[in-house]
Ligand binder design. Structure first.
Ligand code: TXA
Ligand code: MG
Length: 350
């Protein structure tokens, strides 16, 4: 398949190019596009054949439901059975933005999109290209992250091209994604609502609307065999670069010492080691390829750089990636959730 690549400047969007990409979506094609979280791979959420192509292009398991993206509030009511009061308040507060709300689905959403569930995740992205594209398509857009299933999500257009060229009709490129981790998912079909995936809209921000809102803690732990998470996608090995990832967690000085000790062992074996470090610690690693994700105090920047750093280590062809752990507060909960999954829960406590 010949993939059309369109580059857009978010400050000066070429509407004729948006129209072309929108028509591809309207006619059942696949288009990758930027959002504020990660790049998405879109198709008409109401078109069974189009949605099938998303699963094929990504190599995605069929039991993993897709999030439906809309551009305007009035579009939601057609796709859901009901909007509970608390969901309405949360949507008003955080949309457009990096939040997905799970609601009871209407018959307009086919079973393939929701992977047979009675519910559907709806998200209204804030990214201007995403919004214009959804409007131009004139249909709701099912969009998982635009990566081959299992790989770290793309936050740069070059990563979409790497994973999807020849497999999709069109790739729309914008800036690198601001947030860097996928949207927070909150299930509003249950009372109290439950966070199924942490993201930039944090539990503390959501608790302001109902203090009973909580994070499903099962997602932060290594899944047991036969574990059935409430967000089916959370059970797969995910966000994984080619090299194995190990997290070193605990006191910072002990972490640095432990990482240096492990690096030495790998270097003795002539192996190339990637180290995910921070501004405060990078100078302590004298061997291996150390990269700073940002300051330990700036968890937003660490989130933004996480997936791209993992992919960069693959480009460097490192044999193993050692990562410091980050504070599990605010967006740091999302960072550690993704990092633990990318490591397959291989954590060394110091
Ligand atoms: O930020 C994002 O949400 C990005 C961008 C592209 O918008 N999209 C994204 O989609 O992360 P994806 O497919 O990579 O992750 C969707 C997650 C999966 O873990 C899936 O199981 C869960 O959402 N999910 C979707 N619909 C659900 C539902 N009805 N009930 C429970 N979990 C659901
Ligand atoms: Mg994904």
């Amino acid at each position: 398949m010949n993939t059309k690549i369109i580059y857009l400047d978010e400050n000066k969007i070429d509407e004729s190019q948006i129209k072309i990409a929108g028509e591809i979506l309207h006619n059942g094609g696949l288009v990758a596009f930027p959002t504020e979280t990660v790049y998405g791979l879109g198709a008409d959420a109401t078109n069974i054949e189009a949605v099938k192509k998303i699963f094929e292009a990504k190599g995605r398991p069929q039991d993993n439901p897709l999030i439906v993206h809309v551009a305007d509030f009035e579009n939601i009511k057609d796709y859901v059975e009901e909007v509970p009061y608390i969901a309405e308040k949360i949507m008003e507060a955080f949309w457009p933005g990096p939040l997905t709300v799970i609601l009871k689905k209407s018959l307009k959403i086919p079973a393939i999109t929701s992977a047979g569930l009675e519910s559907v995740g709806i998200r209204m992205p804030v990214n201007v290209i995403a919004r214009k594209l959804i409007r131009a398509a004139g249909v709701p857009i099912a969009a998982p992250s635009a990566n081959i299933s299992g790989r770290p999500s793309p936050t740069e257009v070059k990563r979409c091209i790497e994973d999807l060229i020849g497999k999709v009709d069109c790739i729309v490129g914008g800036k690198s994604c601001q947030v860097g981790v996928e949207s927070t998912i909150i299930d509003c079909t249950v009372d109290p609502p439950c966070i199924l995936r942490p993201g930039a809209i944090t539990v503390d921000m959501l608790k302001k609307f109902d203090e009973r809102i909580y994070i499903d803690m099962a997602i932060m732990k290594k899944p047991e065999i036969n574990f059935k998470p409430k967000a089916p996608g959370m059970k797969y090995r995910h966000y994984a670069p080619n090299a194995p990832v190990k997290i070193i967690q605990g006191d910072l000085q002990k972490t640095i010492a432990k990482i240096n000790e492990i690096v030495q062992n790998y270097v003795d074996d002539k192996k190339l080691v990637g180290i995910m470090a921070t501004d405060e610690t990078i100078c302590k690693y004298l061997q291996g390829q150390a990269v700073s994700l940002g300051s330990r105090k700036d968890l937003e920047t660490i989130a933004k750089n996480l997936f791209e750093t993992l992919r960069n280590f693959d480009d460097m062809k490192v044999d193993v990636i050692l990562s410091e752990a980050f504070e599990e507060t605010g967006i740091g909960i999302a960072v550690m959730n993704r990092l633990k999954k990318s490591a397959g829960f291989d954590i060394i406590n110091v």
